[in-house]
Each structure stands twice: as C-alpha cells, then as structure tokens.
Design a protein around this ligand. Structure first.
Ligand code: NAP
Length: 287
C-alpha cells in the first residue's frame, strides 16, 4: 500500500518503521529532515512538504507533537489540505483536541477524503514493539479498511464512535495516567523517606494490587536516574490541559487531574524540564 507518514519523532519513527517492515511503501516528511534518515535508508521516499506526501500516497498518517502542529500540517501552506485529498484517507495519531479532530473530519468530508482520529497508548516501547493500543474516531467503514494497518503497528485497535471519539478516549486514558504518575512518584518519595530498599519496593508493589504500567515501565528508569523521554513531560502537560478544557466544556470538575496538571506545570513551565520524560515528575521532590 502507498502510505504517507508525517511526523517521525519518537513515536512516528517507530510506527513508520513497523509499516515498512509490514511490506508497505512509505513517503515521509518531518520538520527536522534527519529524523527520516533511517526510514529512507530502509526504503522510504523523502517528500519536502505534507502536500507532496499526500500527492504520492493513498493513506496518510500524521504523528505530530501539539494541536498547533496538527493545525499547521493540515491547514498550512503546502499542508495536507493544499493537496487534492479526494479519495485519500487521513489518519491523525497525534494526541490532540477532540474538537480539532472534528474540524479536520469536516474539512476532509467536504473535500472527499476519509478521516480518522487515532491516538495511541503504549509509549515508546509499544511503538517499537508494535504493541500500541489505538483509540479511533470516525466511520466504521473507514476503520475496517484501515484495521490491517493498525494491526501492523499495534496489538489493539478499537473504534469508539464518530470523529473526536478517539481523542476523547485518549483523554480518558491520560486522566488515569495522571493518577498513576503522581501515585508512583509519591510512593517512591515515601519509600525513600522511610529508608526502604527501592528495588525491592518496586518488585513487591508491582506484583500486588498497586501494579500499573507507569510503575513497571518508569519505576525502573527512575531508579537508574534515566529521565530521557519516553514520553515528553511537555506533551503530558499538553494532554492534561486538553483533558481539563474538554471536561470543563462538559461541565465536569476533575480535581485530582487539576492537581496533576499543576505539578506538571511546575516541572515544565517553572523548572523548564519539559524535554525530560514524564517520570521526571519525581524530581519535584527528589533532587
Ligand atoms: P516527538 O518526538 O516530538 O515527535 C513529534 C514529531 O512531529 C517531531 O519529529 C516533530 O518535528 C514533528 N513535527 C511537529 N510539527 C511539525 C510540522 N509542522 N511539520 C512537520 N513535522 C512536525 O513526540 P512523540 O513522543 O513522538 O509524540 C508524538 C505524539 O504522540 C504527541 O502528541 C504525544 O503526546 C503522543 N504520544 C506520545 C507517546 C510517547 O510515549 N512518546 C505515547 C502516546 C502518545 P521535529 O523533529 O522538528 O521536532
């Protein structure tokens, strides 16, 4: 299949690699060109704009950082919608705003394109190992057509409803992660304060009813003082802001998520550590 891939950072690069491994032909674009070098070496073709990617491919994935990046790549000069998108399928995997997903779907529909929002969970490890969980919004027929591609990069893909439903599911996921990240950080700070053997604590707590993905994936990185991303703290703060804004629009109050957002604001905005992984939250207590 002729596949376009725009945004080849931590997640996009690994996902695009898995699509090449699955036998697909790829046309790629990224703001920093060097992040496509390994893909071009594996057989992908470099394009010099999102518009050029759409011209070459039938199904186009985007995996960008922030909603403003998504706006630019879809609506900007030489962007996706500057090309003839009629008959093409556009899949945004960025964690972004549900309302932006709806706007892109509306524009796509007017121009004859099929559109899905398909954010993912499973981290850098899930992207590399093709074990991502993919949360999709859009039409059932389009989801069914794209399911083999989702299966090539993930272990679970689920349609949740119309456009924006994938992003809303991802926000639900991030609200849960807010709890596991703050819980893990305070658990470690407490265990250290009590003079416990932290490796033993991780092994034991991780085997009981407090077991969770954040603990098993990020706990060991913290003990090795490895704060590389993984998942950028600046991106998690972006997610918490989207979740809280969307919740507010629904008339919902999420006080624990608000607290997590304030902690990540301290890390990202005050301490300027947004380019570290989300596990760096523990640094607020642990110097
Ligand atoms: P990343 O490494 O920063 O990748 C984003 C890529 O998009 C970068 O390579 C960036 O280019 C590119 N980009 C941004 N704006 C662009 C533009 N206008 N034109 C072309 N390329 C552009 O981030 P990531 O970790 O892969 O995360 C991507 C998304 O997935 C985020 O929304 C994140 O919240 C979400 N997510 C991440 C994880 C994780 O564990 N990492 C897990 C689930 C979901 P540059 O190289 O020039 O910066």
């Amino acid at each position: 299949m002729k596949i376009g891939f725009i945004g080849t950072g931590v997640m996009g690069n690994a996902i695009a690699s898995n699509l090449i491994k699955a036998g697909h032909n790829l046309w790629v674009y990224n703001r920093t060109k060097s992040k496509t070098d390994n893909l071009v070496a594996a057989g992908a073709t470099w394009c010099d704009s999102p518009q050029a990617v759409v011209n070459a491919a039938e199904i186009i994935f985007t995996m960008l950082g922030f909603p403003q990046d998504v706006e630019q790549v879809y609506y900007g000069e030489k962007g996706i919608f500057a090309a003839d998108v009629a008959g093409k399928t556009l899949i945004d995997m960025t964690t972004s705003q549900p309302q932006l997903a709806q706007k892109i779907a509306q524009t796509g529909q007017e121009l004859g394109a099929k559109v899905l929002d398909a954010p993912v969970s499973g981290g850098d490890v899930g992207a590399k190992n093709a074990t991502l969980t993919i949360m999709v919004g859009g039409l059932q027929t389009v989801f069914d057509e794209c399911k083999p591609l989702f299966d090539a990069v993930g272990s679970k893909a689920q349609l949740f409803g119309p456009s924006g439903a994938g992003q809303n599911t991802k926000m639900a996921n991030q609200i849960m992660i807010a709890g596991t990240m703050t819980g893990m950080s305070e658990m470690l700070v407490y265990a250290q304060g009590a003079g416990l053997d932290l490796q033993k604590v991780l092994d034991t707590v991780g085997a009981g009813s407090a077991a969770n993905w954040s603990l098993s994936n990020y706990g060991p990185r913290i003990l090795k003082e490895d704060y590389t991303p993984g998942f950028f703290s600046k991106h998690f703060l972006k997610d918490l802001r989207i979740a809280l804004d969307t919740a507010q629009a629904m008339g919902l109050d999420l006080p624990a998520t608000k607290q997590a957002k304030q902690l990540y604001e301290k890390l990202v905005d005050e301490q300027k550590l947004g380019n570290l992984g989300t596990q760096a939250l523990v640094k607020l207590w642990w110097k």
